[in-house]
Write a new protein. Structure first.
Lengths: 130, 136, 291
């Protein structure tokens, strides 16, 4: 069962949708495909859609944090959208970190925020990073 | 599931971690665990299975269902013949507020499950047993 | 002649004394038999039963014929018998005069009951140990009441975790009482569920009703805040009054994952800002429109 990740570019926003229980190869693909896309296009924001994700273990979390760090270094921002309650609770108990990312409830909200960023509108006062 | 059931999953390649997760999901589902509890069990299994692969290269996950008078549960036993854990105390303390996910994630797995026993011997291997219970 | 009368008088006094003693003994026996709440029995110095009473029979199930001569440990649970509890009880009573205990006792039919037991060493005028008095009281009912109260307290605490939508996008949790692991679990699941269902960016957690903050409660709060942020919402923590603020600083607790305010009113204002609604500070009447 290998549902891959879905990568969509909308203007200068990269939208990556993760499947429910990605194996390690799929998780690694998140990083490689993000980097590929950022190499080819001007990407101001990476939106990571986790709304389908049921398990977030330390490897997945670490990959997300690393990817976010790379995106930051390349001048972009990472937004994480749609994390499920059960995953959020487990992530807290596992004490993982998602690094330089910002979390939002939905992909819609993430697109709004990212749109503001790319159009250089003043972003509303940021809350502390996770 | 009213009688005890059990089985074994080999952990030889990286992809086996995902296989173990899926099996654990099925077992947890049949035992009647809720969404959050199931997520905890699968996540703990993923962490411990990953340890086996990362530090020993290969090993096994034995699983079995448990029955008590007023509760039922699942037990997962991760066995390897790898290098063993030199400083178990340090391993149980690490990861706290450092995040990053380096190290073995043992405190995390312990937090997610109800019981955890570790037996390890340098040069011989490690066995980690975890259990989760559900009130009937 | 007077010697005879003295002897007769003595004999009469002795007889009268005996009669009185018998009468006293009868009364004592009636006392022991009549007391219904306490099972009063006597043991010999070895701990074997030499007396029984109706109350004892009612409480423990044995008749006098069945039980007299048996050792007191027959009323103990298997664990207590194995650990030699009875011997210790008798030893203590011998040494200090009395022994009191609360614990499980076993009836003839094998059922257990929770009892208060007082064992008293009985000594004669010379100080010789003549035996023991054992007074047993059935506390089953009291224990049942205690268990029921504990259960109800737990239920009340569960009901006390209320989650209310106060505005589009703002979920309010007025916390009452302390947060233990179970309650935090429940709170996190329910709160996160509500936040995602309603797409609410703000969780307004008010701790006015939390009497004190200890490290455990603070840890649970921190975890709840983390989890809320993971799903993409923010926490506004209100009710952080001076005493609480002091405790938090002294304990070195970092609540920087949330916006904190001392009053719910101030917190509500922050919540509205987050969802981009400006609330005028002056009194409500006409202020929003502008006079």
């Amino acid at each position: 069962m290998n549902e891959g990740i879905a990568v969509l570019k909308v203007r200068d926003v990269l939208l990556v949708t993760m499947p429910a229980d990605p194996d390690d190869a799929t998780v690694s693909a998140l990083q490689s495909r993000t980097l590929d896309a950022m190499e080819q296009h001007d990407v101001k924001a990476l939106i990571l859609d986790l709304s389908k994700v049921e398990i977030l273990d330390s490897y997945f979390a670490r990959t997300v944090a690393e990817t976010a760090r790379m995106v930051t270094l390349m001048g972009g921002e990472t937004l994480i959208a749609g994390m499920r309650p059960s995953v959020a609770i487990t992530a807290t108990e596992l004490n993982v970190t998602l690094g330089a990312t910002r979390t939002v409830l939905t992909v819609d909200r993430a697109l709004d925020l990212a749109g503001n960023l790319s159009r250089n509108k003043s972003v509303r006062k940021g809350r502390p990073w996770l | 599931m009213s009688e005890t059931e059990q089985g074994t999953v080999p952990i030889d390649v990286e992809a086996d971690i995902a296989v173990a997760r899926r099996l654990v999901r099925d077992i947890a589902g049949e035992m009647g665990f809720g969404v959050t509890e199931t997520t905890r069990i699968i996540t703990a299994a993923s962490e411990l299975g990953r340890n086996v692969f990362k530090y020993a290269g290969k090993g096994v996950m034995h699983w079995r269902t448990l029955q008590k008078e007023d509760a039922c549960g699942v037990e997962l036993r991760f066995e390897d013949h790898g290098p063993g854990i030199a400083d178990l105390d340090a391993a149980m303390r690490e990861g706290h507020s450092t995040g990053g996910g380096l190290g073995m994630g043992l405190p995390g797995a312990k937090r997610l499950m109800d019981e955890m026993d570790i037996r390890t011997s340098v040069g011989e291997g490690t066995t980690v047993v975890v259990r989760k219970w559900r009130q009937r | 002649m007077s010697k005879d009368s003295t002897a007769v008088a003595e004999a009469q006094t002795e007889k009268a004394g005996k009669l009185r003693a018998e009468a006293d003994l009868d009364m004592l026996k009636i006392l022991v038999d009549s007391v219904r709440e306490y099972a009063i029995i006597m043991l010999d110095p070895k701990g074997q039963l030499v007396s029984w009473s109706p109350a004892a029979e009612r409480l423990k199930g044995y008749t006098a014929e069945e039980i007299i001569g048996k050792h007191i440990s027959v009323f103990c649970t298997a664990e207590d018998k194995a650990s030699g509890k009875t011997e210790r009880e008798l030893e203590t009573a011998t040494r200090e005069g009395r022994f009191e205990d609360e614990g499980w006792r076993v009836r003839k039919d094998g059922t257990k009951f929770w009892a208060n037991v007082v064992v008293t060493a009985l000594r004669d005028v010379n100080g010789t140990l003549r035996g023991f008095g054992n007074v047993t009281r059935d506390l089953s009912q009291r224990r049942e009441s205690e268990e029921r109260i504990k259960r109800q307290a737990k239920e009340i605490l569960e009901m006390a975790t209320v989650i209310v939508q106060v505005w589009d996008g703002i979920i309010l949790v007025p916390l009452i009482g302390m947060l233990d692991s179970d309650r935090t679990q429940q709170l996190m699941e329910r709160l996160l569920q509500r936040l995602t269902e309603t797409n609410s960016p703000v969780a307004l957690i008010d701790i006015t009703g939390v009497p004190t903050i200890d490290t455990q409660t603070a840890q649970h709060l921190i975890e709840t805040i983390k989890a809320v942020r993971y799903i993409g919402s923010e926490v506004v923590l209100t009710g952080v009054r001076p005493a609480i603020a002091q405790t938090l600083v002294h304990l070195g607790i970092d609540l920087s994952g949330a916006t904190t305010r001392s009053s719910l009113t101030a917190g509500l204002r922050v919540a509205f800002e987050i969802i981009n609604i400006h609330v005028a500070r002056e009194s409500a009447h006409g202020a929003a429109v502008g006079k």
